[in-house]
Design a protein around this ligand. Structure first.
Ligand SMILES: Cc1cc2nc3c(=O)[nH]c(=O)nc-3n(C[C@H](O)[C@H](O)[C@H](O)COP(=O)(O)OP(=O)(O)OC[C@H]3O[C@@H](n4cnc5c(N)ncnc54)[C@H](O)[C@@H]3O)c2cc1C
Length: 497
């Protein structure tokens, strides 16, 4: 192997899944790689809490492998990572119907089984709307499915989900709540920013399967995997927030400057910044990025999300996979099967700021359950409009609101507050609080199209390359996208010589 001094060089900005994937790939191909990360931990939107003693890590960000036809699923199999049961999502219903009766919708004070043959008219109507949207053509005739004759749209028209529902004339407030609580929560987008053509396109391009698997060791397994792939030509620098990127294509030189004035130079750079950070202009590019890319950055939205995981002394719920909620604090509620024999594969992606919250002097009681006897968890997820409402709340306030929602769902006349009574502790993360991420993932945005994603993904000359979940053309908004685009950018760098 060539000496590290003679190797081709690349700076990778951001050490999330995309950055680590890109860095590992280049490093394996003999490049001198420096990965710079603003935060004091690695992983980006993969972030763990170590969990309670004797129990496995808790994923505060990405948690599931979405689909079994993915590279991640293959990687998990190859590496022998254990996967939990698959859970289902609402969108699947439009395609496949019921699964195994473990998933529910909470609507107007009642729990309904998630099934196409629901006794609840609102659920059936919501599914019909989803089917109609999925069947719409989108702005690219080449990609549009020929069988998709639109009852509502012409190819060049786009509108927000809100305007679409207003325009249908058959949508009650109850159904609107279901659409908002269920579809918008999953997509992490407000109704008024969600574009129906992109919704339709996303449903078509999601070809990796709709089953969802939790990794028993947590997503830190992936971080460790990539770190192990980094060779001796690779460096990782944390607490290194980039503020400026100078690039000169003629000389093939990139100069990256951080907020302290430290400088790194390389022949190329791979930018894996979260879309929110690019959109906010936290990093200046000199010269400025091309207009097409800048316009695409502004067209596509990335809203926030919040996750909380609560631990209970005993279970007070029937066995379930997921409950999707049309109202209430959290949009999704998941039964968290903890995997006690699994410990953290690495602690580099641990959130340093997330401590266990207990309420009302339960600290002592909490400690008494430091064995598997109190190993009962439920987590909640909210995004888009509802996550915006919980910005600025303390974790205690968020925990109390979630417990109140669980009491409402699972309470009975004999036991009206089972969640509050059984609560031991919680950990959570509101992603708006992460200064270098500030959001969930990109969303199907009104007025945007596949062309804009192509612009986001496009390299700039021979020196700047782009990766990250927001630059994926086929499966945006997930770890699979981040990993695949990281590898794609690394290959573009190699092919550019
Ligand atoms: C709550 C939540 C739940 C999710 N659940 C799932 C799930 O179950 N399954 C799934 O597949 N996906 C899920 N996702 C999405 C998934 O986490 C992301 O799509 C993926 O992790 C993004 O990886 P990335 O590398 O593109 O971006 P990131 O992970 O955001 O990495 C970008 C990195 O850039 C760094 N950075 C920012 N600014 C600077 C700067 N100025 N200088 C240097 N570095 C900087 C950031 O700190 C960050 O580490 C979830 C996301 C959230 C928030």
């Amino acid at each position: 192997m060539s000496s590290t001094n003679n190797r081709r060089s690349c700076v990778v900005i951001g050490a999330g899944a995309a950055g680590l994937s890109a860095g590992a790939h280049l490093s394996q191909h003999g490049f001198n790689v420096t990965i710079v990360e603003a935060n004091d931990r690695l992983g980006g939107r993969i972030c763990q809490h170590p969990g309670w003693p004797t129990w496995g890590p808790i994923d505060l960000g990405a948690e599931y492998i979405h689909g079994s036809k993915t590279n991640l699923f293959e990687l998990a199999k190859r590496e022998g990572w254990q996967l939990g049961d698959s859970i289902y999502t609402f969108e699947d219903l439009a395609v496949k119907g019921d699964r195994n009766g473990r998933d529910y919708i909470h609507h107007r004070g009642r729990l309904y089984k998630m099934t196409r043959e629901s006794e609840c008219k609102d659920i059936v109507n919501t599914l019909k709307i989803l089917e109609d949207i999925n069947g719409l053509p989108y702005a690219y005739p080449d990609n549009a499915h020929p069988a998709k004759a639109s009852p509502v749209l012409s190819l060049d028209a786009d509108m927000s989900l809100k305007d679409y529902l207003d325009g249908r004339g058959d949508v009650t407030e109850e159904v609107r709540d279901l659409v908002r609580g269920v579809i918008c929560q999953e997509m992490a987008v407000s109704m008024s920013l969600c574009g129906i053509q992109e919704l339709a396109r996303w449903s078509d391009c999601w070809v990796c399967g709709t089953d969802n698997y939790r990794m028993k060791g947590g997503y830190c397994l992936l971080i460790k995997y990539f770190l192990d792939q980094l060779g001796d030509g690779a460096k990782v620098k944390t607490s290194w927030p980039v503020t400026q990127v100078f690039y000169n294509d003629d000389e093939r030189k990139v100069k990256v400057v951080n907020c302290h004035g430290d400088v790194l130079t390389a022949e190329t750079a791979i930018i894996t910044l979260p879309h929110s950070i690019l959109r906010a202009g936290d990093v200046s590019f000199i010269p400025p990025l091309p207009d097409r890319k800048l316009s695409a950055i502004q067209k596509i939205h990335m809203e926030s999300s919040h996750k909380i995981c609560c631990r209970f002394r005993k279970p007070f719920w029937p066995d379930f996979g997921v409950i999707l909620c049309s109202s209430g604090f959290m949009g999704q509620i998941h039964e968290e099967k903890r995997f006690s024999s699994y410990s953290m594969a690495t602690d580099v992606a641990v959130a340093k700021d997330s401590s266990i919250i207990t309420l009302g002097g339960k600290e002592e009681e909490e400690k008494k359950y430091d064995d598997e006897s109190g190993c009962y968890f439920i987590s909640g997820y909210q995004s888009g409009e509802s996550a915006a409402k919980s910005e600025g709340m303390t974790t205690e306030e968020r925990t109390k609101k979630f417990l109140a929602q669980l009491d409402e769902i699972f309470g009975s006349p004999e036991c009206p507050t089972p969640a509050t009574d059984s609560f031991l502790g919680s950990v959570g993360k509101h992603w708006s609080d992460e200064p270098y991420i500030r959001g969930a993932y990109i969303s199907p945005s009104v007025g945007a199209s596949e062309e804009d994603l192509r612009s986001l993904a496009a390299s700039v000359g021979q020196s700047l390359f782009f990766a990250g979940e927001g630059t994926s053309l086929d499966m945006p908004a997930c770890v699979e996208a981040a990993v695949n685009t990281g590898k794609r950018a690394a290959e573009q760098v190699m092919q550019s010589y």
